[in-house]
Design a protein around this ligand. Structure first.
Ligand SMILES: *Cc1c(COP(=O)(O)O)cnc(C)c1O
Length: 364
């Protein structure tokens, strides 16, 4: 669906829809390759060294997805019957099939995510189990940065520092699901390492705003990454001439991070445009990175109906529930596209229900 009514489709369902850049395709075509399970792919090795350095860690490992990055990290931290603490709105809890429980026998203890993506420190403190044969052993706290379901917010650095200190003082580890850590760093004007340095592990996507076709990186201590590599192998994630995709990742890390500021500016543009649109509820101050959540307040249309109508107009967005839509900015959407989106949303709301709601998927 490249065009609708002679206009290019604007796909804002996610930043995962980004296409590899011309520089990536060229780097992929020319990548030096070897067998990465033997540790012999120079391009994978280069990507892993770059990622470790950027994230302030001793080592990193290339994986096929963010879900795999989180899973192998959690498996490397926790054994069967151990417990992890996670936010109720975190990707690890909501959108990964409960893989840590299903495949690792790890007991998730979900605490209510706060609106800013944090957890209440007192909630964490009281969730950490004492030494008693009735209880699982609490090993790990999982945080998400930026926090997708919490307005794409970067986690406050002072809060993170408190979580690191609390976890470490109790002999526990912290895993950061940093699928969009790059967006957090750009929004806060800090280096990714500043946000991840004290985490025991961090998993970051190359295939979202950084536009790689495939891949994530997990970083941590050399000893941790050795264990994570074992877990990657057992879940079938040992890839051979993986440099062919890692080559795009190298371009992502060298060329695609700073430009995320453009996506954040376009997200603001969209938020301000929607604020001025009848039938939409949004507070632009809540939009800090590239993810825009807004309420559909029109009396005759819900988010699924709006998404169906927009689809007919060549604009793709995800309804999240009965009240809320999500639009994600990325390098394949520019300021002109944002203007078109704002005016089409206004027109769609004015025209009333159109299109096929059954063709729209809800991502709750
Ligand atoms: C996308 C995402 C993941 C998973 O990444 P995939 O590559 O889609 O498996 C994990 N955590 C967060 C916060 C995400 O947004």
């Amino acid at each position: 669906m490249a065009e609708v009514n002679g206009q290019p489709v604007i796909d804002m369902r996610s930043d995962t829809v980004t296409m590899p850049t011309a520089a990536m395709r060229e780097a992929m075509a020319n990548a030096a390759l070897g067998d990465d399970v033997y540790g012999e792919d120079p391009t994978v090795n280069r990507l892993e060294e770059m990622a470790a350095q950027i994230l302030g860690k001793e080592a990193a490992v290339f994986v096929s997805s963010g879900t795999m990055g989180n899973l192998i990290s959690v498996l490397a931290h926790c054994g069967r019957g151990d417990e992890l603490i996670v936010g109720s709105m975190n990707h690890i809890f909501l959108y990964e099939q409960g893989g840590s429980a299903a495949l690792g026998g790890i007991h998730p203890h979900a605490l209510p995510s706060q609106l800013d993506g944090t957890l209440d420190l007192a909630d964490i403190e009281s969730a950490i189990r004492g030494d008693d044969e009735h209880f699982p052993v609490t090993r790990l706290i999982c945080v998400e940065n930026t926090h997708n379901r919490c307005n794409g917010r970067p986690l406050p650095v002072a809060w993170l520092d408190e979580v690191y200190e609390l976890a470490h003082s109790r002999g526990m580890a912290v895993h950061m699901d940093g699928a969009r850590l790059w967006n957090a760093a750009v929004a806060l004007n800090l280096a990714p390492a500043d946000l991840a340095a004290k985490a025991d592990s961090v998993s970051c996507c190359l295939s979202k705003g950084l536009a790689s076709p495939v891949g994530s990186v997990v970083a941590g201590s050399a000893e941790f990454i050795q264990r994570a590599r074992r877990m990657r192998k057992v879940v079938g994630g040992g890839m051979r001439q993986a440099g062919i995709i890692a080559a795009a990742g190298v371009v992502s890390l060298s060329e695609m991070v700073e430009r995320l500021a453009d996506d954040h500016a376009n997200a603001q543009r969209l938020a301000r445009g929607l604020q001025a649109t009848d039938g939409i509820g949004i507070e632009p101050a809540d939009v800090v990175t590239n993810i825009v959540y807004f309420k559909v307040t029109a009396s005759d249309m819900n988010p699924v109906q709006l998404a169906a109508s927009l689809q007919e107009r060549g604009i793709l967005m995800n309804p999240i529930n009965q009240t809320t839509m999500r639009a994600v900015l990325h390098c394949d959407v520019d300021a002109g596209d944002v203007e078109r989106v704002v005016s089409e949303i206004g027109a769609a709301l004015e025209a009333g229900p159109a299109g096929d709601p059954a063709a729209v998927k809800v991502y709750g």
